[in-house]
Design a protein around this ligand. Structure first.
Ligand SMILES: NC(=O)C1=CN([C@@H]2O[C@H](COP(=O)(O)OP(=O)(O)OC[C@H]3O[C@@H](n4cnc5c(N)ncnc54)[C@H](O)[C@@H]3O)[C@@H](O)[C@H]2O)C=CC1
Ligand SMILES: CC(=O)C(=O)O
Ligand SMILES: [Mg+2]
Length: 601
């Protein structure tokens, strides 16, 4: 029961039952409060002599932690510091990030998390998450079952480590992207940090450097593919569904060949989501909708070139195509004519070899391109797009001549270099704005500072803010909505609803100011997640996908219902219980499942 008097499925307030005492309690990151344990808690939980006498507030702890963080020499050292803090005291860790989200977002996520992943086996101190091994398929169910009981897990992020954040195959270091995405679900959307599961499917690696590295911690062999791989994925999905029937499964950073195949296979059956395909598609469509509004154009006017037609590029194409088709009342095939995909061979035409099923829907007739150059510059000159998206991992691919060619055809070129990390961006905002005399509407895959230039009336200096167009704007809210309404599936309509939720909160639209960011920034992220979750839940209810029975219908009440179930970084009083008398929720919190099993396991 909560302050609104409702019975909520998720408890986020009031005392926490705990059967742990002494050093065991101090070493449990979910329950540990360090110097903030009250004198009663010190007495009841056997902590006397284990802590210095002064009792501090969370705010005092945050101040000390911030000073320690700031004294670290570089971003990777800051990332490592935060990882250690997460292992010690989760409330403090999340509070520190929440209070300094603008500053720390890029340290716990892209680009710095990419460096941490590349150095996983060197920085390793202690494991976090579930490591499932392609040669131990028979143990998958058992190994997962050690983590929690049926009601304890809401959200799973799983990767196979093949295509991490634009830095390629990182083998078992990929576990850190599962962990980082889950950190964002908590920071941005209040997903309960003790009810999540990060998973890596270790199938080997094709990264030669890792294979040669004596310190590499993963399976030291080439990636296993084919039937054995599919069997591992299938065993994982089925076991996770059986063991944790409430859990939503988020697929992250699978390779090009597998990402969409896996999504297409499981999407009709379970509540699952691929962030690189769907999350990226949703946030990019939201940025495009905001930019079109600024340019006084409709979706029907859109002409888009996507450079890098892989997982993210085609995911964006699909999301935009479906939106054009719905808004214009035209078929998807017709809508696809407004989108051009360019990849290594240049423009994708029907005669390009080895097109994937998803790419084929956008392939242009070979005749149209006979005798013409097929590179990005020629495609820009031919297609005269108003939107150019980069998901190629090719740094500086959007050259001055390409950008000027685009700007010569349209008033406000919408340019979205999305490849991560920062060094792989297809162009940097300062160049894009300089080459287009401040006309380009820009959003980027990683954060950038605002750009100043003489683009105001009469050449006056103005500052243009750059939105971060990263799936992190949207996936936490989609997950939160799906978890709270206990969605059976994540449907297209739920995703469109999420896009609308983000687009309407973009400062450029809200403030009617073209120099403001196209998308809401990290500072507003929890409000964005509430809005996205509300839209997703309402769409799920309309589609008959929501199984939770107590969902309020009124917008404001629904927002409050969502907020009340969002986990917040604050200490809850601890109440001692004997392990035998602990509630199932408390047992879940203490993760007693695996630790009380017998020796055979
Ligand atoms: N901002 C965001 O929210 C997101 C950004 N990304 C970024 O997008 C990039 C791509 O990621 P994925 O689609 O997952 O990778 P992917 O490997 O599936 O796709 C990359 C595509 O670029 C193509 N490509 C490579 N070199 C090229 C060249 N010289 N010319 C033309 N095309 C070329 C590849 O053939 C491939 O089709 C990464 O940098 C990733 O970090 C991915 C997901 C979300
Ligand atoms: C942002 C993200 O998911 C990626 O770069 O893979
Ligand atoms: Mg990703």
């Amino acid at each position: 029961m909560t302050k609104s008097g409702r019975n909520l499925p998720l408890s986020t307030q009031g005392p926490l039952e705990c059967a742990l005492r002494g050093t065991v309690l101090l070493n449990h990151p979910y329950f540990n409060k360090g110097s903030a344990f009250s004198s009663e808690e010190r007495r009841d939980f056997g902590l006397s002599g284990l802590l210095p006498p002064s009792i501090q507030t969370l705010e005092q702890q945050v101040k000390r932690a911030y000073d320690q963080y700031s004294s670290r020499a570089d971003d990777l050292a800051k990332n490592t510091f935060l990882t250690s803090m997460k292992e010690q005291n989760e409330v403090l860790y999340f509070k520190l990030i929440q209070d300094n989200i603008q500053e720390m977002f890029s340290v716990v996520y892209t680009p710095t998390e990419g460096d941490a992943i590349q150095n996983y086996s060197r920085l390793f101190r202690r494991p976090e998450g579930v490591f499932l091994n392609i040669h131990d398929v028979d143990r998958v169910r058992h190994d997962l079952s050690k983590w929690a009981t049926a009601d304890d897990i809401d959200y799973i992020v799983v990767t196979d480590g093949e295509e991490i954040l634009g830095i390629g195959d990182q083998g078992c270091g990929g576990i850190l992207i599962s962990i980082a995405k889950l950190v964002l679900t908590t920071v941005c959307a209040g997903i309960h940090p003790n009810r999540v599961l990060p998973v890596i499917l270790d199938c080997g690696t094709d990264n030669e450097e890792l294979l040669k590295d004596p310190l590499y911690l993963g399976l030291r062999e080439k990636r296993v593919r084919g039937e054995q791989y599919d069997n591992l994925v299938d065993t994982f999905v089925k076991s996770a569904r059986e063991l944790f029937p409430k859990a939503y499964i988020h697929f992250e950073d699978f390779g090009l060949y597998n990402a969409r195949r896996i999504l297409d296979k499981y999407r009709p059956e379970i509540p699952c989501f691929n962030d690189d395909v769907q999350g990226t598609g949703c946030v990019t469509l939201a940025a495009i909708m905001a930019a079109l509004r600024v340019s006084n154009l409709a979706l029907g006017d859109l002409r888009m070139v996507i450079f890098g037609a892989g997982t993210a590029g085609v995911g964006i194409a699909d999301q935009v195509r479906d939106a054009i088709s719905t808004e214009g009342g035209i078929s998807k095939e017709e809508a696809a004519k407004q989108i051009w995909l360019v990849d290594k061979p240049g423009i994708l035409t029907a005669e390009v070899e080895h097109l994937s099923g998803a790419q084929k829907g956008y392939a242009k007739a070979e005749d149209e391109w006979k005798g013409k150059e097929r590179n990005l510059l020629s495609v820009i000159q031919e297609a005269k797009p108003n939107v150019l998206v980069g998901t190629s991992t090719v740094p500086k691919a959007f050259t001055e001549d390409i950008v000027r060619a685009m700007a010569s055809h349209v008033e406000r070129p919408i340019i979205l270099p999305l490849s991560n990390p920062t060094r792989l961006h297809e162009a940097v905002p300062a160049d894009l704005l300089a080459w287009t005399n401040g006309k380009a509407l820009v959003a980027t895959g990683s954060p950038f500072d605002p750009v100043r230039g003489p683009w105001g009336a009469d050449g006056e200096q103005i500052e243009i803010s750059i939105a971060e167009c990263n799936n992190s704007v949207v996936f936490p809210g989609i997950g939160l909505g799906s978890v709270l309404c206990q969605a059976q599936r994540v449907t297209d309509k739920m995703l469109v609803a999420a896009v609308n939720g983000v687009a309407e909160l973009g400062p450029a639209i809200q403030d009617k100011d073209a120099t403001a960011p196209l998308l809401p920034g990290v500072g507003a992220v929890r409000d964005v997640s509430v809005r996205v979750a509300r839209k997703v839940i309402q769409a799920a209810v309309e589609e008959g996908q929501a199984t939770e029975k107590e969902i309020p219908t009124d917008d404001e009440e629904l927002d409050e219902w969502i907020r009340e179930q969002m986990w917040d970084a604050k200490y809850r009083p601890l109440k001692y219980v004997d392990i035998e008398d602990a509630s199932p929720q408390a047992k879940g919190d203490m993760r007693v499942v695996g630790s009380l099993e017998g020796k055979k396991n």
